[in-house]
Design a protein around this ligand. Structure first.
Ligand SMILES: *[C@@H]1O[C@H](CO)[C@@H](O)[C@H](O)[C@H]1NC(C)=O
Ligand SMILES: *[C@@H]1O[C@H](CO)[C@@H](O)[C@H](O)[C@H]1NC(C)=O
Ligand SMILES: *[C@@H]1O[C@H](CO)[C@@H](O)[C@H](O)[C@H]1NC(C)=O
Ligand SMILES: *[C@@H]1O[C@H](CO)[C@@H](O)[C@H](O)[C@H]1NC(C)=O
Ligand SMILES: *[C@@H]1O[C@H](CO)[C@@H](O)[C@H](O)[C@H]1NC(C)=O
Length: 319
C-alpha cells in the first residue's frame, strides 16, 4: 500500500515536470522586458526555431498580423502613446497548440515639476516647535517606481515610496515633520523625486530636485556657562557675546558700574573686583551670566617674596 503511494507520487511528479517542459512556448523575446518613455520608440524581436503555421504580435499599438513560416518577427512602435500596453507574441507550431509570451512594458514619464513649501507657515520658525514641509511632484508615471527623498543640506532625512499600481501619470504630495533647533538656522531643505525603473530603465535613474528651501530659525540666547571667574589683569575683558536669533540685546548690572552698558563686551582697566551680571535677551527669551572679577593675588606674593628676600640680604649684611 505504502509502496504504491510512493510509486504513484513519483509518477505524478514525472508528469508534472513533463507537462512543465511542454508548456514552455518555443519563443524568445529580445529584450525580455522594456522600459519606454511616453512618446518614445520601442523595438522588440520575437524569434523561434520551430517550424510553424504562423506567428505574430498582438498589441494595441504596433501589432503584427500573423505571418507564415517565419523565425523572427519584430514589434515596433516609433511613438508609444499608451500607458497600459500589453503586447503578446504568439505562435502556431506545426506540432502542438498555439502558445504565447507576454512582453512586460513599463511606460514612464518624468515629473513636470518638483516643488517644496512649508505648510501654513511663512514667518521664521521657532526652535523646538514642529513644522510641516510639503513636497509636490507633478505628473509622474508610474508612481510605483517613484521615490521621494528629503534632504537637509546633504543629509537624507526620510524617503517615501508608493504602492499604487496605476500606470497613468499622477500627482504626489509628501510631507515631512521637522522640529528645528538652533543649529538648523540657515539650513537648506529640498526634496527629490527619483524614478528607478530597474536595469532596463535609464541609468542613472532620472532624478529631479526641488529648489532649496532656506529655513530661518528663531532661538533664545543660551550661555554655555552661567558663571565665569576672571583674574584682574592690566586690561580686563568681560565677554558676554552669545548667539541668538533675532540678534540679542545686552544689559549689565553691578554695584561697580555707574553708567548703563549695552554692548556685549566690557573692556576696561578701571573695573573694580566684584560681581558683574550680564543679561542677554531677544523676543524668545533671556539668559544671564555672572562674571566674578578677582583682584590678582600673584603680584602680592611676588612683592612679599621680594620683601623677605630683601630683609634676608640685609640681615646677612648685618652679620
Ligand atoms: C532566437 O535567436 C537567438 C539568436 O539569434 C538564438 O540564440 C535563440 O536560440 C533563438 N530562440 C529560439 C526560441 O529560437
Ligand atoms: C518554410 O521554411 C522552410 C525553411 O526555411 C522551407 O523549407 C519550407 O518550404 C517553408 N514552408 C512554407 C510553407 O513556406
Ligand atoms: C492650514 O490653514 C488652513 C486655514 O487656516 C486650515 O484650514 C488647514 O486645515 C491648515 N492645514 C494644516 C495642514 O494645518
Ligand atoms: C495633477 O495636477 C495638475 C495641476 O494641478 C492637474 O491639472 C491634474 O489634473 C492633476 N492630475 C491628477 C491625476 O490628479
Ligand atoms: C518618514 O517617512 C515615513 C514613510 O513615508 C513616514 O511614516 C514617517 O512619518 C516619516 N518621518 C517623518 C519624520 O516625517
Amino acid at each position: 500500500m505504502f509502496q504504491h503511494l510512493i510509486v504513484y507520487l513519483f509518477a505524478v511528479s514525472q508528469l508534472v515536470s513533463l507537462t512543465g517542459a511542454e508548456d514552455e512556448c518555443p519563443l524568445q523575446l529580445n529584450p525580455q522586458r522594456v522600459v519606454v518613455r511616453y512618446g518614445g520608440s520601442v523595438e522588440v524581436n520575437c524569434n523561434t526555431s520551430v517550424a510553424n503555421k504562423g506567428m505574430g504580435w498582438e498589441a494595441s499599438e504596433g501589432g503584427m498580423p500573423m505571418t507564415k513560416n517565419q523565425s523572427l518577427i519584430t514589434w515596433r512602435v516609433s511613438e508609444l502613446t499608451e500607458w497600459d500596453i500589453k503586447p503578446v507574441c504568439y505562435i502556431n507550431p506545426n506540432k502542438g497548440a498555439q502558445c504565447q509570451v507576454k512582453l512586460p512594458v513599463t511606460v514612464y514619464k518624468t515629473p513636470d515639476s518638483v516643488s517644496i513649501s512649508t505648510v501654513n507657515h511663512t514667518e521664521p520658525m521657532k526652535e523646538g516647535q514642529q513644522y510641516e514641509l510639503q513636497c509636490d511632484v507633478h505628473d509622474v508615471a508610474p508612481v510605483q517606481y517613484l521615490t521621494v527623498k528629503w534632504y537637509k543640506g546633504k543629509t537624507l532625512m526620510n524617503e517615501t515610496t508608493f504602492t499604487d499600481t496605476d500606470k497613468t501619470p499622477d500627482n504626489k504630495t509628501v510631507t515631512l515633520l521637522i522640529r528645528p533647533d538652533r543649529a538648523d538656522d540657515g539650513a537648506q531643505y529640498r526634496c527629490e523625486a527619483e524614478l528607478d525603473l530597474g536595469a532596463e530603465g535609464p541609468q542613472p535613474p532620472p532624478t529631479y530636485s526641488s529648489e532649496p528651501l532656506n529655513v530661518e530659525v528663531y532661538y533664545k540666547p543660551q550661555h554655555s556657562s552661567s558663571t565665569e571667574t576672571i583674574i584682574k589683569d592690566d586690561k580686563v575683558m568681560l565677554d558676554c557675546t552669545v548667539k541668538a536669533n533675532p540678534a540679542p540685546d545686552y544689559t549689565w548690572s553691578s554695584d561697580h558700574l555707574k553708567e548703563k552698558i549695552s554692548s556685549s563686551v566690557i573692556k576696561s582697566s578701571a573695573l573694580s573686583p566684584g560681581k558683574y551680571t550680564c543679561t542677554t535677551s531677544n523676543s524668545l527669551g533671556r539668559d544671564s551670566k555672572v562674571f566674578i572679577l578677582k583682584s590678582t593675588g600673584t603680584r602680592h606674593t611676588f612683592w612679599t617674596v621680594l620683601f623677605f628676600f630683601h630683609l634676608l640680604v640685609t640681615l646677612i649684611g648685618v652679620i
